[in-house]
Design a protein around this ligand. Structure first.
Ligand code: BGC
Length: 765
């Protein structure tokens, strides 16, 4: 069991994240929680105005990265780290009245409140500022990043004078001079500034990678004022001085368009101009806000989860869904994956991991299929880099990087970058899962086949025959359990490889039968030979999978059963997290595992394993898993639901929806745990809802936790939007939109038409 303590930072509310009292010491945790993003641009919830306290001013744009090189060491060990670089602070604001500059670190203020409205996707903050000379101003800040226009950010400021007339100076613009926090460096070089159009622009480029970001903005005020321009090397802003009367409200609306380009060329400004015109020429702040709110309204109709009589999890799960939809929408201007922190912080460098296909993809598959497809397309467009990486590792085919932004390996920890094959098999699994759920043969054939062929080539060249047993396996690898490295015949690695090979063979057969022309084109392009496919079949058939015949437990890797045991309950609390408190090599000497590997396979390929096998393996590995990754508890919870361990299932679920909201891992200040947000959704839909999607049609087998009066979830499946309501008596399935669909509930097939169906709730064994 896990023993983590959370803290309460925000008020519990079904639709809003509310901070009522400003506590400076929580600033960076709340900045992460109040992140607004659209998957292309992401901005932490830092203050718009000047603030001298502890803050992390961070805005990130997908695919816009810098890099750092280390000295090359052994062959195949990567020596370059890429990171999504801290980009333009488009909220840059300074407010001066009575000769005093507003700064909540020093200024006098009251009635502070910050609210992220999940229903509308809008962040607001308001308070009353009392100047030393006795003026009081009510301030309201509003911001959103458009979910309908990828490159548009919007900010509104309202200032009401409560007791006096006088002057208020507002400086508002865009600032590229902030440092990338982790490396304490600013990575931008100024290119140009312009104030010639009806908007103001500033262009900067990154030092090493030559990525160009141009931020353009237009400000509308509800009152005339004295105006000027304030400029610095990497900053440009508009200065406005207003005469304000008592009880008058000044409103300033700022629309910012951020465009990024890969290469410096003379067309840059004209391309930027066109992109700006298509926004500034047609959209006002209020029109953008209206479209944005309408997007969220429509989205919630299709993705909401309701939980009766559990207000904390209700808020928690909506927060998870909201942040997942913000974190990746597939709207970016460049080919990009989803970062482990989305665009909410700098830890993990904005890199994508295997998390994308294994944890995040299922969420998008059932909520936003376009985003799901874009995630897989990212792997298609970065196939050449994966092929290059395979060469560096003396392998054939494609070896997908463990951490990446542009498809190249960006993790300089060799034990991960060189030993973890799990991204490559995750990509193959993602294609399988996408195909099973969507039946999109076009995508599978046109983009998936090449990837699959290259992944199989890599697997073939990496696997070897054991001397004694004559079985195929992988030697010197690390599976998802990162507490055991350089192991042989890791169950997860071998099993996922076997499934990748088998699926590829099936796809090739299907493609040949359905579209011989394309089959010939692809086999010609990839130079695929018949005997290669025969070899893959042989490897898949003779892959070593170690299972104890009596107990039915799969050995996580060869020799694992013989490792010294450690009772997890004997590890003192102050030694957690282990990775920070134990010498690195000490961790590897026990049977303690960081996160599920065998059990994860049992979820991904659920129908391959019997109930008895699942139970035996759960009982065994649950005692050995310390859950030191936020990817872990939900997987145990999902299996516990299937096995009828309801108390355990709820206990593990406890950490899922509020991991960031209550900062259980004590590191939310670094950014949101995107994969864990996805896992929380999985925990409800695959856990309590009992959904399994590794076969078609999908299966449901709901249960309900004792303390919930009901819960409901919605999924988009085969062109329909379905709402599944579970209460202590019944499972009710209703089609909200779209075509009739088939699905299985408790192993019986139903067709869902206009009439809702009601099935008595079953207890699992
Ligand atoms: C986990 C990995 C995961 C990474 C990024 C690590 O702590 O062990 O499995 O890919 O975090 O989320």
């Amino acid at each position: 069991m896990i023993n983590k303590k959370g803290s309460r930072y925000v008020k519990v509310d079904p639709w809003c994240i509310i901070e009522e009292n400003f506590d400076k010491s929580n600033m960076r945790v709340l900045e992460s929680l109040f992140t607004v993003s659209n998957g292309y641009i992401g901005t932490r919830g830092y203050f718009d105005e000047f603030y001298t306290g502890d803050t992390h001013i961070g805005t990130y744009v997908a695919g816009v990265f810098e890099e750092i090189y280390e000295k090359p060491s052994y062959k195949g060990v990567p020596n370059r780290t890429q990171f999504v670089v801290n980009n333009a602070n488009w909220l840059y604001t300074r407010i001066i009245a009575d000769g005093e500059e507003l700064d909540l670190n020093h200024s006098n203020f009251s009635e502070y409140k910050r609210v992220l409205d999940l229903k509308k996707g809008i962040l607001t903050r308001e308070f009353i500022w009392h100047t030393e000379k006795g003026s009081s101003f009510k301030l309201k800040f509003e911001r959103f990043i458009s979910m309908t226009k990828s490159n548009v950010c919007c900010q509104k400021i309202e200032i009401t004078s409560l007791n006096k007339s006088g002057k208020v100076k507002i400086i508002s613009g865009v600032d590229f001079s902030h440092k990338h926090r982790i490396y304490d460096t600013n990575y931008w070089e100024g290119l140009f500034k312009s104030n010639e159009n009806d908007y103001i622009s500033i262009g900067c480029k990154t030092i090493k990678t030559n990525k160009i970001s141009i931020a353009n903005f237009k400000i509308e005020a509800n009152k005339a004022c004295e105006q000027g321009i304030v400029e610095g090397e990497k900053i440009i802003a508009k200065e406005m001085v207003f005469d304000i009367e008592e009880n008058e409200t000044i409103e300033i609306e700022k629309v910012v368009v951020i465009n990024s380009f890969d290469r410096l060329n003379e067309n840059l400004q004209s391309k930027n101009g066109k992109l700006c015109q298509s926004v500034f020429g047609q959209y006002s702040y209020s029109k953008l806000k209206q479209e944005h709110e309408r997007f969220w309204e429509r989205m919630w109709e299709e993705v909401d989860i309701e939980i009766g009589q559990d207000s904390e999890n209700q808020q928690g799960i909506r927060f998870c869904i909201f942040q997942m939809l913000q974190a990746y929408s597939g709207m970016q201007q460049v080919v990009a994956g989803i970062g482990a922190k989305g665009l909410s912080g700098e830890v993990y460098n904005g890199n994508s991991f295997w998390d994308s296909e294994v944890y995040c993809l299922p969420f998008y598959l059932f909520t936003n299929i376009d985003a799901a497809k874009k995630l897989l397309e990212f792997r298609y467009y970065t196939l050449p880099q994966a092929q290059q990486r395979a060469k560096e590792l003396d392998l054939k085919g494609a070896f997908y990087p463990i951490a990446t932004i542009d498809g190249t390996e960006s993790c300089t920890l060799w034990q991960h970058a060189n030993l973890q094959l799990q991204v490559s098999t995750a990509v193959a699994y993602g294609l399988y899962h996408y195909y099973i759920v969507t039946k999109d043969e076009k995508f599978l054939f046109e983009k998936g086949t090449e990837i699959l062929i290259e992944v199989c080539r890599m697997l073939e060249s990496r696997c070897q025959l054991g001397q004694k047993d004559g079985k195929y396996g992988f030697f010197g690898v690390m599976g998802p359990d990162e507490f055991h490295m350089m192991v042989n015949n890791d169950f997860y690695t071998n099993y996922m490889a076997k499934k990748s090979l088998e699926f590829t063979i099936e796809v090739l057969k299907l493609l040949k039968a359905k579209d011989e022309k394309l089959y010939n084109e692809i086999t010609r392009k990839t130079k695929l030979e018949r005997n290669e496919v025969e070899r893959w079949a042989d490897i898949a058939k003779n892959m070593k999978i170690i299972q104890d015949p009596q107990s039915k437990v799969f050995e996580q890797h060869e020799g694992y059963f013989n490792l010294p045991h450690i009772e997890l309950s004997t590890i003192p609390e102050d030694q957690i997290p282990i990775y920070k408190n134990w010498a690195y090599d000490r961790i590897f000497r026990y049977d303690m595992i960081k996160q599920p590997a065998v059990l994860l396979c049992m979820l991904l390929y659920s129908c391959d394993f019997s109930f008895e096998e699942k139970k035996a393996n759960y009982d065994y590995y649950d005692l050995r898993c310390i859950h030191e990754s936020s990817l872990s508890p939900s997987i145990h919870s999902i299996l516990a639901c299937e096995l009828g361990y309801y108390d355990k299932a709820y206990e593990y679920f406890r950490y899922a929806t509020r991991l960031d909201l209550d900062n259980y891992n004590r590191n939310t200040e670094e950014g949101l745990h995107i994969t864990s947000l996805a896992a929380a959704w999985l925990n409800i839909v695959y856990g309590f809802g009992g959904m399994r999607s590794d076969t078609a049609p999908i299966k449901l087998a709901p249960i309900i936790p004792d303390n919930w009066s009901y819960y409901s979830f919605r999924i988009k499946y085969n062109g329909a939007v379905l709402k599944i309501v579970v209460d202590p008596q019944y499972v009710t399935i209703k089609k909200l939109k779209g075509a009739d669909v088939e699905l299985m509930v408790y192993d019986k097939t139903y067709t869902i038409t206009e009439d809702e169906i009601k099935i008595p709730l079953q207890k699992r064994r």
